[in-house]
Design a protein around this ligand. Structure first.
Ligand code: HPA
Length: 246
């Protein structure tokens, strides 16, 4: 079985069903990752867990060292990454607590370091990103969700915004007219960096709130936390099933 990592986002700073073996502090050529690599057993299989925002959830989306996180996992011999991302729901089916498996991304982020290929090159590198997520891993997640009886909405287009603020109503209208179903702040450049290092990467999104202007009221952190708690319970079950089936 190939070595698997899980990158947990808001609402998933630890995996309660992970039997921890050890925590390893690492350094990469691109700096420090968000926190230690947590090596452990999930469903009896060795995995690595990394908390994207740090274990105390203190690193905001635009300050995450995405390159160090992906490089650290590559250095650890990881071949597949399942990312978990909290999102706002834009289109009809994307209701709070729902789990969604996106198949496309539009990147609206700016000024983030978004490539490994910028210095000391012998040749300019352009990766193919037609299909930003690893289809093999997506299919494995779909199968696991079916076996576990967990509804998983797909396909969907993920809008990656800069944050850390949430969007305006007009911005969400624009994202919707661009064809986006979900909006989150951490999907990029994580996905393209993983592709640059040839890692098979897919994302399970949890809808934390209706995106700005889509719900009846303003978005509160209490609402986000409450919905994520419920959605992440399903994510933990789904991750265990995916790992068991891989
Ligand atoms: N917008 C952007 N990122 C998010 C949201 C949102 O509404 N909810 C959770 N992460």
């Amino acid at each position: 079985m190939s070595k698997i990592a899980i990158i947990g986002g808001t609402g998933l700073t630890s995996l309660t069903n992970l039997e921890i073996v050890n925590r390893e502090l690492v350094h990469t050529d691109f700096g420090e990752p968000s926190g230690p690599m947590t090596h452990g057993l999930l469903a009896g299989h060795e995995i690595i867990f990394l908390a994207r925002h740090g274990y105390g959830h203190t690193i905001p989306p635009h300050k995450i060292n995405y390159r160090a996180n992906i490089a650290a996992l590559k250095d650890a011999g990881v071949e597949k990454i399942i990312a978990v991302n909290a999102v706002g729901g834009i289109t009809e089916k994307m209701v709070p607590e729902a789990l969604v498996l996106p198949d496309q991304i539009i990147d609206y982020t700016w000024s983030r370091i978004n490539t490994f290929f910028e210095e000391g090159l012998t040749q300019v590198v352009h990766i193919d990103f037609t299909n930003p997520y690893c289809e093999e891993l997506r299919q494995q997640i779909i199968k696991a969700a079916e076996v576990a009886g967990i509804p998983l909405i797909r396909p969907a287009t993920y809008a990656a915004t800069q944050g850390p603020r949430l969007e305006t109503t007009a911005e969400v209208k624009r994202l919707e007219s661009d064809g986006c179903d979900l909006v989150g702040m951490t999907g990029m450049p994580e996905a393209s960096l993983a592709r640059e290092l040839d890692l098979c990467y897919a994302s399970i999104c949890v809808v934390a709130n209706m995106a700005a202007g889509k719900g009846p009221a303003e978005i509160t952190m209490e609402e986000i936390d409450k919905n994520l708690q419920k959605g992440m319970a399903d994510v933990r079950t789904l991750l265990e099933k995916v790992i068991a089936l891989l």
